[in-house]
Write a protein that binds this ligand. Sequence first.
Ligand SMILES: [Fe+2]
Length: 309
Amino acid sequence: MLRLKALHHVHVQVADLAENERFATAFGFHEAGREEAKIYFRTSGNDAYSYVAQPGEQTQLCSIAFAVESYEDLESAVRERGATPVRPLTGPGGGEAVSLTDPEGNIIDLVYGIKERQPDAMRRPMAHNHPLARMRFNEAHDYPAMGPSTLLRLGHIGLFIKDFKRCDEWYRNVLGLVASDQLHIGGAQYVGGFYRINRGAEWVDHHAIAFFAFGKSEVHHMSFEVPDSEHQFIAHRHMQKGGWEPVWGVGRHPLGSHVFDVWKDPNGLRFETFTDTDVCNNDRPMGIHAIEASEMDVWSNDPATKYFA
Ligand SMILES: [Fe+2]
């Protein structure tokens, strides 16, 4: 079994790279390097880069990269999973990669050895004065300055898919992911799933990949962790002020519990920030839910169609 560590980065092709760069900067990314027309963006966390954009005729996903535990995992992916030969990576931090293709035609890269950066200093956790647990005494609340989010890492990717059964099997069997929750529309017809990385007893995010079987193969959203929901509300104001297109949020998803805020870049790509996610390990049973009884946001009356439009 491949030993995945975490999602590492997502790579897209965009019709208008200049606008995407302007959006990415407002959203909280920092340039980590350039290679011809390709831009590597980093967060304030320790990954050398988390988002890669290059120009192309149409906007589309190029690849999703998971970091693996060791070089041997790359070799075993080639030997046992039919991955492409090991190749050197040319982006910041170097490293090596192999590529697999999922049943929808998405390229899934496995990467190893990308040198990490020293993360930026982070603000201390929000001190919230709950009536039963006061945390601030003779002290005013210390909030982040208005501006872009402090992004920390790529947390999960949402994919529109065509074939739920084949994706469910592939992501479980080839990448070893574990389903945290699945959504059905009655009987055995599943249309949604949230899958986490299998780290045994270790705590991992509720999902690294989410599927929505809505009849097309494309990326739905890319989600990056931020320290807390106050960063999201303040960054929301900053994005609003910049005239960027809101999609949904600030809200809270019931599955995974994370607080989210979603924006669209001028190429139509959805970028999400998230915080306060559930973490799970192999003791957690899978949840099965009827989609008509499921909500996407516990803080609003907005219909789920708003998120998927
Ligand atoms: Fe998300």
